[in-house]
Design a protein around this ligand. Structure first.
Ligand code: ACO
Length: 323
């Protein structure tokens, strides 16, 4: 049976760090409020010349280097983003060109903060279906460019960055002890369109627009949706929560992360948290956290790792994989 195994990983962050203290001089907020409500202490903000494609390219190059591969070895590039360089063509095609890759194919997926989970699920389907051998999955965002910097309820929450992994087909026995993606569970429900959205677009206002969020409403749904999909992932594999080595959640808010872990009985020592350093980087947050924990040696070969996210739409999902 074919499994999609993580062969390499990489990250890229803009040069500029924006601290909570600096935000205090921009809007009516405080470091204490931001840390207490969200756990965020700083975020990275893209400067001149830094875009979603340039950050994604850098993360992709690091993932390829770590895997000992070149763009010639890749069949497909999938980019999860809600902040593309252009309305079209896809940022994935832009990155394909930056990598000097002119074979195979590349496309974007748009599921806001769940984008990376959707991207990995799509890549896994291509690999298991025999349509691709190696897929580069990138989560890359420049949310700073769609923030209303006068709105303290949103501008303190988000940051920019990118993370990437290379998924590769490997033959295995098809058991839960094999490396690779074991199951993916995706959900969406458009009934919640107006709780987290961007108030512009080519077909409506003809503008890019700004992010708008009813934070309290999103918070209310988040823990329930996340825990449901995690339970579904364990049910699908017959594994139990006690088997888990690492939870790598979407990094939106420390209170949502801790609340979900607590509800599921996952000890906080098994949870990877980078929201304090990166803020909410939407589709980039999971690969940034995953690569951080893999690079510092926390996540090791054979570990059972759970990725989960919830975001605008709403969209939500979980991927259970053996590293
Ligand atoms: N600084 C100081 N005060 C603030 C700030 C700020 N930056 N922002 C809001 N406040 C005030 C509000 O105005 C309000 O004041 P009031 O009581 O006088 O009206 C008070 O703080 C409390 O506001 P709440 O919105 O109730 O605060 P809450 O505890 O809900 O925290 C937060 C807000 C952090 C946004 C929280 O609701 C949250 O994290 N929601 C979920 C966001 C999320 O997870 N999104 C994930 C998906 S992201 C994606 O898909 C792109």
């Amino acid at each position: 049976m074919i499994r999609s195994v993580v062969r390499g990983f990489g990250t890229s962050l803009p040069k500029r760090v924006l601290t909570n203290r600096e935000l205090e001089s921009m809007v009516d907020t405080s470091d204490e409020w931001i840390v207490q409500r969200t756990g965020i202490r700083q975020r990275y903000i893209a400067g001149e010349g830094e875009t979603t494609a340039s950050l994604g390219e850098a993360a992709a190059r690091e993932a390829l280097d770590r895997a000992g591969l070149t763009p010639a070895d890749i069949d497909v590039i999938i980019v999860a983003t809600s902040t593309p360089d252009n309305t079209f063509p896809a940022t994935a095609v832009n990155i394909q060109n930056r990598l000097g890759m002119h074979h195979g194919f590349a496309f974007d997926v748009q599921a806001v903060c769940s984008g990376f989970v959707y991207g990995v699920t799509t890549a896994d389907a291509y690999i298991r279906g025999g349509l691709a051998r190696r897929v580069l999955v990138i989560g890359a965002e420049t949310f700073s460019r769609i923030l209303d910097w006068t709105d303290r309820t949103t501008c303190v929450l988000f940051g920019d960055g990118a993370g990437a992994i290379v998924l590769e087909a490997q033959e295995g026995e098809g058991t839960v002890a094999d490396r690779g993606v074991l199951t993916a569970q995706l959900r969406s429900d458009g009934a919640h369109l107006d709780k987290l959205y961007v108030d512009g677009g080519p077909s409506t206002t003809g503008t890019v627009g700004h992010l708008r969020m009813e934070g309290r409403e999103v918070f209310k749904h988040a823990v329930g949706m996340i825990t449901d999909v995690i339970v579904a992932a364990f049910d699908a594999t017959g594994l139990s929560i006690e088997d888990l080595d690492w939870l790598v959640p979407h990094q939106a808010n420390r209170r949502i992360i801790d609340g979900s872990a607590k509800k599921l009985g996952i000890p906080l020592e098994k949870v990877v948290v980078t929201v304090d350093l990166h803020g909410n980087t939407s589709a980039a947050s999971i690969p940034l956290a995953l690569a951080t924990a893999a690079a510092d040696g926390r996540i090791k070969e054979g570990d059972l790792v759970l990725l989960e996210a919830m975001g605008g739409g709403f969209t939500w999902g979980a991927v259970l994989l053996r590293w």
